[in-house]
Design a protein around this ligand. Structure first.
Ligand code: GLU
Length: 443
């Protein structure tokens, strides 16, 4: 059977690593099975949904390489929801309620005070037609609840959590529609999953009890429910991630110089039994994706781990992948020489400046100045000038190790450390190298 997954963000804010993780996992699940990955914009909350967030999330998904095979918007599908609502209402599965938020809150508090679970008491279900008419005559518009079937437990085999069972008597009938006619996400989501042929719903474990009620919606709508899997939430080092979300949006990560490959490598494996490794090749991540490897404990997101992974990934990236972000004139050989020293692509400019100059002349001790003067005399250009030079100096001066290399690196780059000199020296070029050595020998 073919697999169809979806990512269904509400465009009420920027995507953060938690949402990105859900998107990535759904994408991997689909790609591994050769199936489809759909994007669904959950914009039924017209007041809080914004077009700029739709644009931002599309940009983030594209940046991450999470291509989608179809896109829907809930705001364009309201007629479908209305029709289903009418059917469910005719079948007695949705009913109007008139309680105010304060009334409901008070009832909840009373129940909690008596040590009882705060389950909606279905008082509105008991209203007579006359009572309802009276409320409407007073100008009260109802909100609507889905009537749960309490005859049998709700059970499913969760792709991550295994056998799940809920007693529907312990659940409140969910509100599916507000008094102003707007939709809460649950029924539209089930309807869309049916219409879009979604076979697998993979989402955060904050949705587990929603799944219990949505399973009954699928059945009430005469549809076979999809498979469900709920992953443990992502938490930050200091607990909840929500406080830091602004700095963990796709755009913020991008601006901080994090590569999409690093984000994917971390989020693909975090919270699973598989090790987090700097895997840049997406196919390799997809091939090892396995819901059975997901743990039940919260997954810990650590920005330092992301930064380390980013560096390790960068060291593998091809010139073509980064060329448009490198300074003018910096070619493949320079990228390959400099790459091992970078934590971010933007740092390449700094090293390219070291190659092209000017560099600050280092101040050397007297004996090192004499040594560098010797280097000027012995410098001979060839296919491997660095080894030629250091071998000749070793033979001529008896120096070795740090004493042999450090003054040369300082004279040639102005730095104590950096990329492999054997790769750097040919990039600096003979004339410039000679000039730098001469200057260091005489300053
Ligand atoms: N828009 C819902 C959310 O972001 C979708 C949940 C789901 O995946 O079903 O929570």
């Amino acid at each position: 059977m073919s697999v169809t997954t979806r990512f269904a963000p509400a465009p009420t804010g920027l995507l953060h690593v938690g949402n990105i993780r859900t998107a990535l996992h759904n994408w991997m699940l689909a790609r591994q099975a050769g199936g489809r990955f759909l994007l669904r914009i959950d914009d039924t909350d017209a007041a809080r949904s914004e077009e700029r967030f739709v644009a931002a999330l599309r940009e983030d998904l594209a940046w991450l390489g999470l291509d989608w095979d179809g896109e829907e918007r809930q705001s364009a599908r309201l007629a479908l929801y209305d029709a289903a609502f009418d059917r469910l209402r005719a079948a007695g599965r949705v009913y109007p309620c008139y309680e105010t938020a304060q009334e409901l809150d008070l009832r909840r508090k009373v129940l909690l005070g008596r040590g009882l679970p705060p389950i909606y008491d279905r008082a509105a279900l008991a209203l007579s037609d006359a009572e309802r008419a009276a409320k409407e005559a007073e100008g009260m518009a109802p909100h609507w609840r889905f009537l749960l079937d309490r005859a049998a437990p709700i059970a499913w085999t969760d792709g991550i959590r295994g056998a799940q069972q809920f007693d529907p008597a312990q659940l409140s009938d969910p509100v599916i529609r507000r008094a102003d006619g707007s939709w809460l996400y649950m029924l539209p989501s089930a309807l869309d999953d049916i219409a879009m042929g979604v076979t697998d719903v993979l989402r955060g474990e904050d949705h587990v009890s929603n799944t219990a009620t949505q399973l009954q919606m699928f059945t009430a709508l005469g549809a076979e429910p999809p498979r469900f899997a709920h992953e443990a939430l992502l938490v930050g080092k200091e607990g909840k991630l929500s406080k830091r979300l602004g700095s963990l949006s796709g755009a913020a990560l991008r601006e901080a110089g994090i590569e999409p490959e690093a984000v994917a490598a971390l989020l693909a494996r975090l919270g699973t039994a598989l090790p987090v490794e700097p895997i840049a090749a997406r196919e390799a991540l997809v091939a090892t994706f396995d819901l059975a490897s997901f743990g039940r404990a919260p997954a810990h997101f650590d920005e330092d781990e992301l930064a380390r992974l980013n560096a390790a990934i960068l060291h593998q990236l091809d010139f073509e992948r980064v060329a448009d972000r490198l300074p003018e004139g910096m070619g493949r050989a320079a990228w390959e020489a400099i790459r091992p020293n970078l934590a971010k692509v933007s740092e390449a400019a700094d090293w390219w400046q070291v190659v092209t100059g000017p560099i600050e002349a280092p101040v050397l001790a007297d004996e090192d100045r004499a040594y560098v003067a010797e280097a000027v005399r012995l410098l001979a250009w060839g296919p491997d000038p660095w080894h030629g030079l250091t071998e000749a100096l070793k033979a001529a001066t008896g120096r070795k190790g740090k004493a042999l290399f450090r003054p040369l690196r300082l004279a040639l780059t102005g730095r104590e450390s950096g990329p492999d000199m054997a790769a750097l020296l040919p990039l600096i070029g003979e004339a410039e190298a000679r000039a730098r050595l001469e200057r260091a020998a005489t300053t």
